[in-house]
Design a protein around this ligand. Structure first.
Ligand SMILES: *[C@@H]1O[C@H](CO)[C@@H](O)[C@H](O)[C@H]1NC(C)=O
Ligand SMILES: *[C@@H]1O[C@H](CO)[C@@H](O)[C@H](O)[C@H]1NC(C)=O
Ligand SMILES: *[C@@H]1O[C@H](CO)[C@@H](O)[C@H](O)[C@H]1NC(C)=O
Ligand SMILES: [Zn+2]
Length: 443
């Protein structure tokens, strides 16, 4: 018995050591802000695909900002500067000197992981105590977010249910919430977040919004009306494998965690927001498995993406509003992504978006820039936004959350104290959109 126990401990320590050793260090990686022409970024994309261990594009240049944020490894730094010189890129500055320091700060200050690891053996009483202490304004593991969603569904069974979307590549259940008064024939709203793993503010914002819709129901007049009127589907972590990997192994992981040995032995995952089956693999997606915007081996190759498509097809009737939460840059994006052309209902989508932006300004005073993806940012194909537009969903937006580009520099490692204001302004904007939709679709 003692021997077995000792062996178990040794094994456990081994696993822990391996985990620690496997955690990718970004010591002395620098975040650079460079002025580049938003129309001509192909060279940058190709550079990032080729030197993927050394060059990582955090934000693309927009027509408003004209700059890209790029993370560069210390060993590649001088070479990168020479490449910028050769491309006649004059304006650049170092925003963050050592990104690992930011990661360390976030891991210490911003995360609420419970004292225990999530395991089946936990007593029910313990689990409930943990959940009572759940802080919506901290970052959490996927397991803890799932526990919290179950708790919300248990406590508010009259308006909340758990939805089981699909299984991820690594066989996690991809779960979410359905929030709404149980009446038949309701129009629906679908919100996903965390399709890109490292954009932690997005899942946190989605959980915050869900938490508010649920706990303010019956207290706040506007929320009550909108929860009565619509069914709200909220999937806070659309890429759970990637999200967990960004916690356990590589804070800056973006893609899914799918493996395909025939395609690449070394590079894992695809960009789940280039994998949708409308205009798949065209401009602004990359065919190299090592690229951070790799479109996947074929449309819907990623089980998470195919699963969300199927769920929306079969279980979300009368979808009026689709929102996908990302970070960062404070940008409110509309279709199309693959082309500069505007969809035929562009003016209506724009009017609704401006209402949402007003609500944000009213809520927090913060400004979000509005435009179509291709117009304001860059061409991107195979996005969920374009897919939903092609399906005929009337209102569709991708939101790049905080921080603003000119804000104090935080990037993906934005401190948890921003979750609440970001969540509040998103809630206000979603409610304003819901009101707009009621007016304009005569619901
Ligand atoms: C979700 O559905 C899958 C089957 O598609 C099933 O294996 C799994 O147990 C379900 N999970 C939950 C939490 O209901
Ligand atoms: C791996 O990629 C190949 C080549 O594109 C494809 O034919 C195959 O279906 C993929 N395998 C899996 C398991 O996705
Ligand atoms: C602005 O916010 C206040 C509460 O903070 C709210 O009562 C009011 O309706 C909002 N106005 C608009 C136009 O959203
Ligand atoms: Zn994103």
């Amino acid at each position: 018995m003692l021997l077995v126990h000792g062996m178990r401990t040794a094994l456990f320590l081994l696993v822990v050591i391996q985990c620690v050793a496997a955690y990718r260090s970004y010591k002395n990686y620098k975040l650079l802000r460079v002025d580049v022409d938003p129309v001509d970024t192909l060279w940058l994309e190709q550079l990032a695909a080729r030197y993927h261990d050394n060059v990582d594009i955090w934000t693309e240049p927009s027509k408003v900002s004209h700059h890209a944020d790029i993370l560069v490894s210390p060993r590649f730094f001088n070479r990168f500067v020479r490449i910028l010189d050769s491309m006649a890129v004059k304006h650049r500055r170092v925003l963050i000197n050592d990104i690992q320091k930011e990661i360390d700060r976030q891991m210490t200050d911003d995360i609420q992981f419970s004292r225990r690891k999530r395991s089946a053996a936990v007593e029910d009483g313990d689990r409930q105590r943990d959940l009572e202490q759940f802080q919506v304004d901290k970052y959490h593991s996927y397991g803890e977010l799932v526990d919290y969603m179950y708790e919300l569904a248990r406590k508010h069974a009259d308006i909340v249910g758990i939805i089981n979307v699909t299984k991820s590549f690594e066989k996690r259940d991809l779960l979410g919430l359905k929030i709404g008064k149980r009446t038949p024939w309701k129009p629906t709203i679908f919100i996903d977040a965390g399709i890109h793993a490292r954009e932690w503010i997005a899942p946190a914002t989605a959980i915050y919004v869900a938490h508010k819709l649920i706990t303010e129901y019956g207290k706040n007049d506007l929320i009550t009306r909108m929860v009565d009127k619509f069914d709200w589907f909220i999937v806070p972590v659309a890429n759970p494998d990637g999200y967990e990997y960004s916690i356990s192994s590589d804070r800056l992981w973006r893609k899914t965690r799918s493996k395909n040995d025939t395609l690449s032995k070394w590079c894992v995952g695809a960009d789940a927001n280039r994998n949708w089956g409308y205009r798949w693999g065209e401009a602004g997606a990359n065919a190299s498995p090592c690229s951070n915007i790799y479109a996947g081996s074929m449309p819907f190759s990623e089980p998470e993406v195919a699963g969300i498509r199927d769920f929306i097809t079969w279980q979300v009737p009368d979808l009026k509003l689709y929102i996908s939460l990302h970070s960062y840059g404070q940008i409110w994006l509309a279709p199309w992504g693959y082309t500069n052309m505007k969809p035929s209902n562009h003016e209506d989508q724009k009017a609704a978006a401006l209402r949402a932006l007003d609500a944000i300004t009213n809520s927090s005073g913060v400004h979000y820039e509005y435009g179509t993806i291709a117009d304001l940012m860059y061409q991107a194909s195979g996005t969920s936004i374009d897919y939903m537009q092609d399906r005929g969903v009337p209102y569709i937006y991708g939101v790049e959350l905080r921080p603003e580009e000119d804000d104090q520099v935080y990037g993906f490692t934005i401190p948890a104290r921003f979750i609440k204001p970001t969540g509040e302004e998103m809630l206000a904007s979603f409610l304003a959109l819901a009101e707009y939709i009621i007016e304009h679709k005569k619901l």
